[in-house]
Write a protein of this length. Structure first.
Lengths: 112, 113
């Protein structure tokens, strides 16, 4: 079993829909990242969370440390949101900010 | 401010050859990390450099190596290429070693034939 699991693996939505992507992890963590990867490979860091909730524009990320679960929400989805969304965690005790364990990603397609 | 740049963007090599990939971080960033992304294994951490020193290394064989120069530019080298080394190699830079946001480059897509 992977230490970081995402669901769903694939998600197709209509423009305007509210979208939720989930991430569950089985190790103790000090931080969780949400990343966005567009076709062609470029990755953008969306959020880094250690507790609670963060919001940026139409994106909201939440984390529940006790339940070892995080969600990424996209409100009023748009075709330009189509990308792979990747959850990654930094283990407790890890001193490097870049030594992360990654989920397999969720492929999101938003149709007009 | 210019972003992270990686060269070359695409590369085709044959088994047994070696390859060097280059990464130029954002100006002022001193930490450079490398990741490998394959369809089977997903994203995996390769190594991290800070102030010209390798600070962390992932679970990869010794054929994978790297270095960082005084201007923070980094190179990674893969020797004796295997078919399984075909992947997207991503570089990311950040200001420091810990708890800093990472900025990713566009990646180098390596194909080993």
């Amino acid at each position: 079993k992977n230490e970081v699991e995402q669901s769903p693996q694939n998600l197709t939505a209509q423009e305007g829909e509210f979208i939720t992507i989930n991430c569950s992890y089985s190790v103790g963590i000090s931080a969780l990242h949400w990343l966005q990867q567009h076709p062609g490979g470029g990755i953008v860091s969306l959020f880094m969370l250690s507790s609670g909730k963060k919001k940026h524009g139409r994106l909201i990320a939440t984390i529940n440390i006790q339940e070892k679960h995080s969600s990424l929400h996209i409100t009023a989805s748009h075709p330009r949101d189509s990308a792979v969304y990747i959850c990654a965690v930094r283990r407790v005790g890890e001193t490097s900010g870049s030594r992360l364990t990654f989920g397999e990603g969720t492929q999101l397609t938003v149709n007009p | 401010k210019a972003g992270v740049t990686q060269t070359p963007r695409y590369l085709i090599k044959t088994r047994g050859q070696q390859v060097t990939l280059s990464c130029s971080p954002i100006s002022g960033h001193r930490s450079v990390s490398w990741y490998q992304q394959t369809p089977g294994q997903g994203l995996q951490f390769l190594f991290e450099y800070f102030s010209e020193t390798q600070r962390n290394k992932g679970n990869f064989p010794g054929r994978f190596s790297g270095r960082q120069f005084s201007n923070s530019r980094s190179e990674m080298n893969v020797s004796t290429l295997e078919l399984g080394d075909s992947a997207l190699y991503l570089c990311a830079s950040s200001m420091g070693l810990t708890y800093n946001e990472q900025f990713f480059g566009p990646g180098t897509r390596l194909t080993v034939l």
